[in-house]
Design a binder for this molecule. Structure first.
Ligand code: ADP
Ligand code: MG
Length: 435
C-alpha cells in the first residue's frame, strides 16, 4: 500500500511548511497531551504526536473491521457471561500470573455474592494490522481486543439506559492523556450527564455501599463507573485492590465489569482462536463465527504439554515470525527476536510459561509518512499502521439492548519499533485515507 503523497514526501521545504501548518492546526483543535513535566497537573501541554498525511487503508478492510465490530462485542459479552469458560481458560494463567489471579479473585468473590447489577456496559476497541495473503490480496488481522480503558476514542456512550446518570470516571493521578478523557466528559455533559473524576484512593477513603449495594461517593449515588485506570499491576496497591472490589460489588453499572476485563486478556484471545471454541460461545451464529475467525492471526498456548512444547520449538526455530505476550496491557510488554528467544529458553521447563501466549507476527507492508512529534525534525520514515475500531454495547440481564460500532482510531509508527502506543511515545495519531 504505497503512499499517494509521494510528490510531497520528496520536497523537504514543503514538508516543513506543511508540518508547521499541521502542528498549529492540531494545537488549535485541542489534539493535546500533557508533557512529562512535573507536577502531573501542570498546565504545560504540547500536541499529541500525529502523522503529517493520512495513511492509505484499503476501504474493503476498513468496512470489514467495522462490520465485524458488533460480532466482537457479542463475543466479549458471551465470554464475560461464561464462568466455566473463563475459569477453565484462565486456570493455568492465574497459577503463574499474580495480576490476572488478583482480578480473578474479585471475579469469584462477586460471583459468589451474586452480581448486584443487571446492566452491563461494554466499550471495546479491537485493533488490527493489514497483511497480504499469499495471493496478494490485503487481509485484516487482529492484534488484540481492549476491553478496559480503551483510549483515544474521545467518544461518549449514548446509552439510553444510563440517562441522567452520575458517572464516576476512575482516573490515574498522573494522566497525560487527560484531554482524550475530557472529550468524553464534555460529550456526556452535553447530554446532561454529570461526570466526576476520582482516583481509586478517593474511592477507598470516601466510597461506601448501602444495604442495597448502591455506591455512594461524597454523598452522591454513582450510576456508572468508567475505568481509565486499573488495567496494569503498577496501578494497584492494597488500598486500590480494595477499592476495585468495592466498586465491583456495588450495583453501579461498570465499564467494564471484572468479567469483561478478564474477557480481554491475551490468554482468552488465544483460546478463542482454538477450533470449535467460538461455535460453543456463540451457538447457532455461523456467520458471526466466520466473520470473527477471518480476522484471527495464529495464536498458540504455552501451557505445559506437547502443544506448548511444539509452539516453543517453532518460535525458537524462526524467532522473527512470532511475538511472545504476557498478560499485560498498555504497551511495551511484548517480547520479540533475541529477547523472546532468551525468555523462551528460560521458561521452557517452567510452569511460568503458561502466563504467556505466543502469537504469529503480523507483517504489514511499510509505506512512507512523516511522524510529527514536539521537538523532532520533520523527515520521511518507513511506517506501519494499526487500525482500532471502537464498539459499545449494553446488556440488561440477558437482553442485549444496544450493540454498535462507534468510530475508529488509526495509529502509525516507524517500522523500527516492534511494540508501543501513542502515550508510550512510539506510535502517533493518524487518519485512514480509504483507497
Ligand atoms: P498491549 O495490550 O500492550 O497494547 P498488544 O498486543 O496490542 O499489547 O501489542 C502492543 C503492540 O505490539 C501493538 O500495538 C503492535 O504494534 C505490536 N504487536 C502486537 N502483536 C503483534 C503481532 N502479532 N504482529 C505484529 N505486531 C504486533
Ligand atoms: Mg494494544
Amino acid at each position: 500500500m504505497a503512499s499517494s503523497w509521494g510528490s510531497f514526501l520528496q520536497d523537504e521545504q514543503q514538508l516543513e511548511e506543511l508540518a508547521r501548518q499541521a502542528v498549529d492546526r492540531a494545537l488549535a483543535e485541542g489534539v493535546l497531551l500533557r508533557t512529562t513535566q512535573e507536577p502531573s497537573s501542570s498546565n504545560v501541554v504540547s500536541y499529541a504526536p500525529f502523522t503529517l498525511f493520512p495513511s492509505l487503508v484499503p476501504s474493503a478492510l476498513l468496512e470489514q473491521a467495522y462490520a465485524v465490530q458488533m460480532d466482537f462485542n457479542l463475543l466479549v459479552d458471551a465470554v464475560s457471561q461464561n464462568a466455566a469458560f473463563l475459569e477453565q481458560t484462565l486456570s493455568s494463567t492465574i497459577k503463574r500470573d499474580t495480576f490476572t489471579a488478583r482480578l480473578f479473585d474479585i471475579y469469584k468473590q462477586v460471583l459468589k455474592e451474586g452480581i448486584a447489577q443487571t446492566v452491563f456496559l461494554g466499550l471495546n476497541r479491537s485493533d488490527y494490522m493489514f497483511q497480504r495473503n499469499a495471493d496478494g490480496s490485503p487481509a485484516l488481522k487482529q492484534i488484540e481486543i481492549n476491553t478496559i480503558s480503551a483510549s483515544f476514542g474521545g467518544l461518549a456512550s449514548r446509552t439510553p439506559a444510563v440517562h441522567r446518570a452520575l458517572v464516576l470516571l476512575i482516573a490515574q493521578e498522573k494522566e497525560r492523556n487527560v484531554f482524550d478523557q475530557r472529550a468524553i466528559e464534555n460529550e456526556l455533559l452535553a447530554r446532561n450527564i454529570r461526570v466526576i473524576r476520582r482516583r481509586f484512593e478517593d474511592v477507598s477513603e470516601k466510597g461506601s455501599l448501602d444495604q442495597d449495594r448502591k455506591l455512594f461517593l461524597d454523598g452522591q449515588e454513582i450510576a456508572v463507573v468508567y475505568f481509565r485506570d486499573g488495567y496494569m499491576p503498577s496501578q494497584y496497591n492494597q488500598q486500590n485492590w480494595e477499592a476495585r472490589l468495592l466498586l465491583e460489588r456495588s450495583c453501579s453499572v461498570k465499564c467494564p465489569d471484572i468479567a469483561t476485563q478478564l474477557a480481554g486478556t491475551k490468554k482468552v484471545q488465544q483460546e478463542l482462536s482454538r477450533v470449535g471454541v467460538l461455535e460453543v460461545l456463540l451457538p447457532d451464529q455461523p456467520e458471526v463465527v466466520a466473520r470473527l475467525r477471518a480476522t484471527f492471526a495464529g495464536l498458540y498456548s504455552l501451557d505445559l504439554g506437547e502443544e506448548g512444547d511444539q509452539a516453543i520449538a517453532e518460535a525458537l526455530a524462526a524467532p522473527n515470525r512470532f511475538v511472545l505476550k504476557p498478560q499485560r496491557e498498555g504497551g511495551g510488554n511484548n517480547l520479540y527476536g533475541e529477547e523472546m528467544v532468551q525468555t523462551l529458553e528460560r521458561l521452557k521447563d517452567s510452569e511460568e510459561r503458561a502466563s504467556y501466549i505466543l502469537m504469529e507476527k503480523i507483517e504489514p507492508e511499510p509505506f512512507g509518512n512523516c511522524l510529527l512529534r514536539p521537538g523532532c525534525p520533520v523527515r520521511v520514515v518507513q511506517c506501519i499502521s494499526e487500525l482500532g475500531i471502537f464498539g459499545v454495547y449494553v446488556r440488561q440481564g440477558k437482553t442485549l439492548v444496544m450493540n454498535k460500532h462507534v468510530g475508529h482510531l488509526l495509529r502509525t509508527k516507524a517500522t523500527e519499533h516492534a511494540d508501543g502506543g501513542v502515550v508510550a511515545g512510539v506510535a502517533v495519531l493518524d487518519n485512514p485515507y480509504p483507497v
